[in-house]
Design a protein around this ligand. Structure first.
Ligand code: IVH
Length: 691
């Protein structure tokens, strides 16, 4: 897409624009270039902060001179209003399904039929992954993205243009005209990577909400969100793999790239789209296709997102046209489906588990079933709402899915197989472990046991503390936690560091070697970085990301004792609810005592990763600049804030501590005065703060 020379040129323009104002066109070009580097190539060349600075400069110029704003400007992704009803729009060409194949014989049969149809001895194929997301269609007219739609019923879908514009790997404009194209409809898939899906679900679970079933549902649900800003935050990707319609520019010839599928993919790649080009191969006959499919199936989990098969396409577009389509699928393409990660099983019983925060989770016990290389026997049903929505019953035959490293889940009960003897799932009134009465806190989907000394909670807290993503004490594992707890060898988190190894050595299965391994793992955990300890403490709503934010904010864990609610809320992504929970945790005597015990036992409570350059004079304080400053350049002043441990905010809100005001300050000053809690200072006062 960008040649080496162009890259170097744009990078030097970037440097210039970071220092001094430049033309609106340069700003746009540079921003588009960096979006492509970051979102399509995953190889950013500037920091997020620098990108934001350039973006803000562009926003400012466009606000001052709205007539210079263009529809493909990087600022135009942001939808500033909610989607009302999604309008149904017809596709230029129906979005068909694909015919399916499941083994080599199916593929060989299909190849035979294809050859007969076009009277050929051999056919060149193109093969690429079959992405398991939400299908979309995009229309570009005169190089501008004018419409994006969901598949819908294949003939017409929902107009989700505003939401699709939030996905930064979708270019708002692309030089199709260079290929002789005036109007084009392209097809692809919106995906959520497994990592983003995991993070997102973790976030939902921490909020006491039911997680989404799989990345596919997460992607398709995202496209239909009312608020485009929510879509923006969901780290979605779009991979484009098919051109379904082209209209030629007047007086131009269509480029030769369009003669083949592989050429079309290469063109899309050159135009700045994410495509399957890296994984796609042109194959000379069906035998090679079979090999490709078998080899790829082994690698399916190496990709960052879910794929459920391979799509094989006749590479030559003229042949594709000769072969045509049925009403259901094109005859020139077929999907090779990987082994299903779905199976049916019988729901035998439901047990109720108590989590570390007291949440009661219904867990379905099913007849063992083999899916995707593992045997599944238990599946979480999360909360009463999920049970109600799925209407699963004890005795039901259920459809179970397990995709990649995603936890297994029940897709649905097969109601047509019901005999009438199935029983509804009834939730207990009392904790199955400590028998305390359960409560349903307002606004939460779960039932809770609020007895913090409930044994089940204590055990779960220890299991969480030693787990891989927390303190990562490898030889421990949940089975040992439960065993030691039941034998009175371990009763709380600090107890991990005072285990009686002599007694443990008397237990079956604990030879010298396993004891040594356990000792080393426990010893090593003492020097884990602070964010792992914070996450391990199991503070409600504090997931791995928030734990990292918290760790960065202090020198020592107990500094949090002094944090006010407001200071906590000023931290990145910490809202009222999370701040409240952290505040409460560090104001409970028992917790402080436990932390002090851990320190005495040698566990690191210090933030050892803190960058030395950060002076910390402005630690935790947030700043925003407005108007032109008398002596400092805006970018220099902002850099000073960051260097001194402060944070920059993009707009006036209650999270802002200081508004530094220069000459001709506008609406930000008025707004800040209205908020009331923001200190309004001059450049001179700001400089004094960091002296
Ligand atoms: S080509 C006219 N290529 O799978 C056929 N489709 O189950 C154009 N899909 O409807 C589709 N990955 O939404 C094509 N690499 C890929 C694909 C792909 C996923 C979707 C597509 C299709 C569905 C059929």
């Amino acid at each position: 897409m960008y040649t080496k020379e162009q890259t170097q040129k744009l990078q030097s323009v970037t440097k210039k624009l970071l220092k001094e104002p430049g033309s609106i066109n340069d700003l746009r070009d540079v921003l588009r270039f960096h979006e492509h580097r970051y979102y399509v190539l995953d190889e950013p060349l500037i920091s997020d902060f620098e990108y934001d600075q350039l973006y803000k400069n562009l926003e400012k110029i466009e606000a001052e001179t709205p007539e210079l704003r263009t529809p493909d400007s990087p600022t135009q992704r942001v939808g500033n209003s909610l989607n009302k009803e999604f309008v149904t729009v017809p596709h230029l060409v129906p979005m068909l399904s694909l015919d399916n194949s499941y083994n080599a014989d199916d593929l060989i049969e299909w190849d035979k039929r294809a050859k007969k149809l076009i009277n050929a001895d051999n056919i060149e194929y193109s093969a690429e992954p079959k992405f398991d997301g939400a299908s979309i269609s995009l229309i570009y007219e005169n190089d501008i993205l004018v419409r994006g739609a969901t598949r819908g019923d294949g003939v017409a879908g929902d107009d989700v243009t505003t939401n699709l514009k939030q996905i930064k790997s979708i270019p708002l404009s692309a030089k199709f005209s260079d290929y002789g194209i005036q109007r084009v409809e392209i097809r692809g898939e919106v995906l959520m990577t497994r990592q983003s899906f995991k993070n997102y679900n973790q976030h939902l679970i921490e909020q006491g909400l039911a997680p989404l079933a799989n990345p596919r549902n997460a992607a398709s649900g995202s496209l239909r969100m009312k608020d485009p800003m929510v879509v923006r935050k969901r780290s979605l990707e779009a991979i484009l793999y098919h051109i379904s319609y082209v209209a030629k520019s007047p007086n131009k010839k269509l480029d030769k790239a369009l003669d083949s599928h592989s050429g079309a993919l290469e063109m899309l790649l050159q135009l700045g789209f994410k495509t399957p080009a890296k994984q796609q191969e042109v194959l000379k006959g069906i035998e090679d296709v079979v090999d490709f499919c078998n080899e790829f199936e082994k690698k399916r989990d190496n990709l960052p997102y879910e794929i459920d098969g391979i799509v094989i396409k006749v590479n030559n577009v003229e042949l594709q046209q000769r072969m045509g389509s049925t009403t259901h699928h094109p005859r020139w393409a077929i999907a090779f489906k990987f082994k299903a990660r779905q199976a049916t099983s019988k729901l035998i019983n439901v047990e109720f588990q108590v989590g570390r925060t007291g949440s009661i989770t219904p867990v379905a016990k099913i007849e063992p079933v083999h899916i995707g290389g593992v045997t599944v026997t238990s599946i979480s049903l999360f909360n009463p709402d999920v049970v109600k929505e799925k209407d699963v019953r004890i005795g039901d035959t259920v459809l179970v899915e397990r995709a990649g490293d995603v936890i297994p889940y029940i897709v649905k009960p097969l109601t047509e197989l019901r005999k009438g003897t199935e029983k509804k799932i009834v939730f207990p009134k009392n904790c199955p472990v400590c028998d305390d009465e359960l409560v349903k806190p307002e606004g939460e989907a779960v039932l809770r046991c609020v007895n913090i000394n409930c044994e089940a909670q204590v055990i779960e807290r220890i299991i969480h503390f030693v787990s891989k993503d927390a303190m990562d004490i490898k030889s421990f594992g949940s089975a040992n936690v439960v065993k030691f707890f039941e034998l009175d060898l371990l009763k709380d988190i600090p107890g991990i560091y005072t285990l009686d190894y002599e007694k443990i050595s008397e237990l079956e299965g604990f030879g010298q070697k396993s004891i040594d391994n356990l000792k080393t793992a426990i010893e090593n955990s003492k020097t884990q970085p602070l964010h792992r300890l914070i996450f391990g403490l199991g503070i409600r709503y504090v997931g791995e990301t928030t734990a990292k934010t918290l760790a960065k904010a202090v020198d020592h864990l107990l500094d949090f004792e002094k944090f006010s609610l407001e200071e906590l809320q000023n931290l990145e992504d910490v809202g009222i609810k999370v701040a409240g929970s952290i505040y409460q945790f560090f104001h409970l005597e028992d917790n402080i005592e436990m932390i002090k015990k851990l320190e005495k036992l040698g566990v690191n409570l210090k933030n050892t990763n803190k960058t030395v350059e950060v002076d910390g004079k402005l630690n935790q304080q947030t700043f925003l600049f407005t108007g032109s400053l008398p002596t400092l350049k805006r970018s220099d002043a902002e850099e000073m804030v960051e260097k001194n441990g402060g944070k920059l905010l993009g707009s006036v809100s209650s999270k802002l501590n200081y508004l530094v005001v220069g000459e001709d300050a506008g609406s930000k000053l008025d707004k800040a005065k209205k908020v009331g809690t923001i200190k309004i200072i001059s450049e001179e006062e700001f400089l004094k703060m960091i002296k």
